[in-house]
Structure formats: C-alpha cells, structure tokens
Design a protein around this ligand. Structure first.
Ligand SMILES: [Zn+2]
Length: 459
C-alpha cells in the first residue's frame, strides 16, 4: 500500500492574466510518498508530486514544509521510462527526531500557489519490519564487479554464489564483445521486484529475492544488463534502442530464459502480433514489451547470420542521428552505407526469412503465454504495486542510499493479502510456463486476471 493524496483545485483562482497553469477547477495534484507502505519514525521520506493532466509545469516548483520549516523543493521534469511529468523530492523529510503520531505537511506550488496539506502518520520505530532496523548496505568486490547488497536479504545470504555467476557472465561477454573492463561494474541486488527484474543506469540493478514472481532469472537478467554495459563501452554514436535491446536479448540467448529466437519471432506472424520495424525503431519502449524485444533480437540474429558479426558490429556503431530525429531514418541511412539496402528492403527480407520458418505448437503456446504472463504481471504492478511498474518504477540511486544509510526504499513493498495471494499465483504460473505446462499456466493466469477484474470493480 502506498499513500496517494490528491488536492482538488476547487477554490483556487488564478487572477493574474499571465497565469501559465491552464488547469480547471476539477483537476488535481497527487502526492506519492516513499518508502512504500506505512512510514516509521527514522524514515527518510521522498515525495513524488504529480500535476493534473495538461498542467504546463515550466517555471513551477513544489515546496514541502513541516510547520514553518522547509523540507525541500523541486521543479517538474520527466521521470522514468515513461517520462511522466512530476516533481521528485528525494529523501526530503528526515523523521529521525520526531515522535510517533500525526504530522501535517504543507505542499505549495511556487510561485503563486495553490497550497494544500497532508496528514502523515509516523509509526513507532520499533514496528519497522525485518530485516530492518539492522539491515545495511555492504559491498563484495569480485573479478568483474563491485556487488552491492543489503544485509539480511536473500542476496546477502547467497552473495558468494551470485558473485561467481556475475564473474562467469562478465568474462563470457568480455570475450564475445572484445572489450576489457578498466573498472569494476557496479551491480546492485535489489530485494524486491522492480519493473521486469533489471535496470541498467549508473549501475546494474537486478532484483533478487525468494519467491520472485518473475522467476529465478537472475543469471539471464544479469547477462542482459551486462550486454548493455559492454555495449556502451564498445561505443558508437546513436546506437538505436531497437538494436541495443535486440543485441542484449540476442547475446543472452533469450529474454527471460533461453529461447529459440527465430522460431519465436516467426510465431509472431502467425499470432498477428508482428510490429512494423519502423514503428519499433521509432517508439520502442511503449510497444508490447516481450514482442518488441523478441522482434529486435531476432532481427539482430538475422543480420548477424546474413552479414556476420564484424559487419553487423561496424554498421551498428556507425549509425548517426538524422535531422528528423527518427531512429528509423538513421538506420536506413546506415544500412544503405554499409549494406546497400534500405530499412524497408531489410524488413522485406527479414519477413521472408521468418515466413520460411517452421513454428511448433509449443513455441507458439510458449510465446502466447509469455506475453500474457508479463502483461498480467504489469497489470498487477500497476494495480497493486505501482512503484514496481517499469514505466514509472521507483528506482533510487544506490550510492546516495548507501551514503545516507537508507535501505527502506528497496526493502519495503506492498505485502497485503491481495499482494501475497496474487504474487503466489504468479509464481505458480511462472513455474508452469517454464516447465512447459501450458494449460496449467493458462489457468493460473486466467485466475489472476479474474482477481484483478474483481479488485478493479471494487469487490
Ligand atoms: Zn535491456
């Protein structure tokens, strides 16, 4: 559970002619607090302030105060993969010196209002769920990586074997991509599900926990994120997303498990799910996630099969932005330069290649149910664990967390009856899918979706 507070603009008037916030009285701001769930004395609390739809945020800031003391302020900007407009106040409120009970926070839109208030309850520190309050950040340095984890978690328990897995996969990729590491790769094991289980940024963040409803895919996810790391080291100019993600899945031999990429991509055609490559190149992340990644990976596989690794690599690292800013145009220009074909011609031959494949019933069922599984996971996250939803995931910087001794943002997550029930059902669906028991997986997914329907209907 997390706190979602709204403020209605009912009595707000904008009397200045130059007022730049075209909001109507019915619209509202929302405030999300972190860490998830109840807050405890000692927490360092963050705020995400979401403006109403259509709000022109330029020049505006949000200030948060307690009594007459300003806790912090922040302007609006794009957040997360979705680029959602919000003001994010990271760890603005240190509650260490407060007593349990209610506190009234004041939010002010600067420069000209409105102002609204929110009552927040702080529970006694003695009630903080385990492994807090003793849990803290630790780091293990392996051959490849500086591996950060929180003590008292599954990663803390398994850190030696996790380091071995990381070293093996990094060594494999260093050899395959011809890159040497000059410094350790920062890896962060996160004790909760975030997004699809992995993120690459200033570090590689990988979810690692017992009863992970995304399955025990740590090695696969690590490998995928390591590809991104080595890919960035290898350089290039534009490196369009379709090829970055395609390369990561191709070199990992699958997305969330080892998969026959070409037959699966061919199954997309049979299922009527194929996304035109220009659409995928232009707007990769908003497309259906598993389909986009699979199609991109099979395209990379097809190109490497057709032209060889060296030629593909030279092409991929020599793609440059075109004036219209569209990746598809940039890809088209580089294809003509390197292979003498257009993007349309490449797609034509790729489709012809896919149409020539034989697709077994198992491959088609596995793909169909994989897409359904991850769509259901995302539906669950949006409904009952929105901080985990990949488009707007709450992904704080581990270094700042470590420096400030903060662990709660990664440790706490919604754990109500609904969450526990649905996560257990997703675990069953994932096991059935990975075991090739497709009817059972389908039944489990249907049950989760019926539950989510009921929850949405307020039952
Ligand atoms: Zn990726």
């Amino acid at each position: 559970m997390r706190r979602l507070v709204t403020v209605h603009w009912l009595l707000i008037t904008c009397l200045l002619a130059a007022c730049a916030a075209p909001v109507t009285p019915a619209e509202k701001f929302s405030v999300i607090t972190h860490p998830d769930g109840p807050l405890y004395v000692g927490d360092q609390v963050s705020f995400e302030v979401l403006p109403p739809t259509g709000f022109e945020s330029e020049g505006y800031e949000v200030q948060v105060s307690l009594d007459d003391r300003e806790l912090g302020h922040a302007g609006f900007g794009p957040y997360g993969v979705a680029g959602r407009t919000e003001a994010t106040l990271w760890w603005a409120w240190d509650t260490r010196d407060l007593q349990p009970g209610s506190e009234m926070l004041t939010f002010t839109l600067l420069p000209d209002g409105p102002t609204w208030q929110e009552t927040v309850t702080l529970r006694p520190q003695s009630g903080v769920p385990p492994p807090e309050p003793g849990a803290h950040w630790a780091v293990l340095t392996s051959d490849c990586c500086a591996i950060n984890y929180i003590t008292g978690t599954a990663a803390g328990r398994d850190i030696v074997s996790l380091a071995q897995v990381a070293d093996e996969h990094a060594a494999d990729l260093a050899a395959r991509m011809g890159e040497n590491l000059n410094e350790k790769i920062p890896v962060v094991f996160v004790p909760r599900v975030l997004g699809n289980g992995g993120f690459a940024g200033n570090a590689i963040y990988v979810s690692y926990l017992d009863s992970d409803y995304l399955g025990n895919a740590t090695a696969q996810v690590l490998h995928h994120e390591f590809v991104h790391w080595f890919d960035a080291l290898a350089g290039g100019d534009l490196r369009p997303t379709i090829f970055q993600e395609g390369l990561a899945v191709y070199l990992s031999g699958g997305h969330f498990k080892p998969e026959p990429l070409i037959p699966r991509a061919a199954a997309l055609l049979e299922l009527g799910w194929y996304i035109p490559l220009r659409t995928l190149a232009y707007d990769f992340y908003p497309q259906q996630h598993e389909i986009g990644y699979l199609e991109a990976a099979a395209l990379v596989s097809y190109m490497i099969e057709s032209y060889g690794w060296e030629a593909f690599d030279a092409f991929y690292r020599d793609i440059h932005a075109t004036p219209d800013g569209r990746d598809s145009q940039a890809i088209d220009a580089a294809l003509q330069e390197h292979f003498g074909i257009t993007f349309t011609e490449l797609e034509g031959s790729y489709l012809e290649f896919l149409r020539g494949q034989t697709v077994s019933t198992d491959v088609r069922d596995d793909l169909r149910l994989s897409v359904q599984f991850y769509d259901t996971v995302r539906r669950y996250q949006q409904a009952l664990d929105p901080s985990a939803y990949f488009m707007t995931a709450w992904l704080p910087d581990y270094m700042t967390m470590s420096q400030r001794g903060i662990v709660a943002d990664f440790l706490r997550h919604p754990s109500g009856v609904d969450n526990r029930l649905i996560e257990a059902m997703l675990v069953n669906a994932d096991h059935a899918l990975r075991a090739g028991e497709y009817e059972q997986a389908e039944r489990a997914l249907k049950a989760v979706n019926i539950l989510l329907d009921l929850l949405e209907a307020g039952k």
